[in-house]
Design a protein around this ligand. Structure first.
Ligand code: NAD
Length: 237
């Protein structure tokens, strides 16, 4: 059995998700060694003992096996570029990417293994399947996706709502979206199918960011050593 720890770069390390990744990626049984924590600037929220770098120093980071990126769209091009230049795997959960950035992900997947997902929780991976099946079974019903997040979230509708919408469309529905921004809500998604006199509600509630961080760490371990390509969360479970 290979017991060499996976050398991780965390991009967006000082953020809400980055802090969860640092903590869980540093646990003794994580199978990981966090060799670089990159944030917009050097930040006190990076754990002691983890080498940290500002965005301007990105190209000077030591060798790593997989980058995990939970940053912002304006930071995304730099980490994708670094992973392609060094031919290493990328796991990214950054949402709000432009169409050009999504196309760049596709182009990069010819050269490196990568997994981008709007949501790295197991529950949402299952919810996608349920939504597509419900949409197929309920032609002509209204489909509405309501998402709620904390007030500091920048993009709306959430990346998860849009991906759930794609699943609904794949099943033949035409979803509408609504977004709520309130307090410290980690993330809630309701997919509602409404017919005449009846309604089905499929709901996922995240109460803790660790579910996304654990999913991304799991994806990183499973992605390392794979052939170039784009992998979905479901491919890496
Ligand atoms: P946050 O605002 O708390 O953190 C953003 C991080 O990005 C910070 O560390 C900041 O320093 C860093 N950053 C900003 N500009 C940078 C630059 N130019 N170079 C390098 N780093 C830079 O955000 P958050 O709540 O941690 O969320 C991060 C992203 O992850 C968002 O897009 C959010 O929607 C997404 N998210 C995805 C999932 C998922 O499962 N896919 C779950 C939660 C959040």
């Amino acid at each position: 059995m290979n017991t060499t720890p996976l050398r991780l770069l965390i991009h967006g390390a000082s953020g809400r998700m980055g802090q969860a990744l640092q903590r869980l990626g540093s646990e003794a049984d994580s199978g990981c060694d966090v060799v670089a924590a990159v944030s917009r600037k050097v930040d006190a929220r990076v754990l002691e003992g983890i080498p940290q770098f500002a965005a301007s120093e990105l190209h000077g980071v030591p060798e790593f096996d997989v980058a995990i990126d939970f940053s912002l769209p304006q930071a995304f091009d730099a980490i994708l570029g670094l992973c392609v230049a060094r031919r290493v795997a990328l796991v990214s959960g950054t949402t709000g990417l432009s169409d050009a950035q999504k196309a760049a992900l596709d182009a990069a997947s010819v050269l490196i293994p990568l997994s981008w997902a709007s949501n790295f929780s197991l529950g949402v991976a299952v919810l996608h399947t349920l939504v597509e099946r419900a949409a197929q079974a309920l032609p002509g019903w209204d489909c509405d996706i309501v998402e709620a997040h904390h007030t500091r979230k920048l993009d709306a509708p959430s990346g998860t709502a849009l991906t759930l919408g794609e699943a609904a469309q794949a099943g033949g529905a035409a979803p509408h979206y609504a977004s709520l921004r309130a307090g410290d809500i980690v993330g809630e998604h309701l997919v509602q199918f409404t017919g005449m006199g009846e309604r089905i509600e499929l709901v996922h509630r995240a109460s803790n960011r660790d579910i996304f961080a654990r999913g991304a760490l799991h994806a990183a371990r499973r992605l390392h050593g794979r052939a170039p390509g784009r992998y979905r969360v479901a491919d890496l479970l």
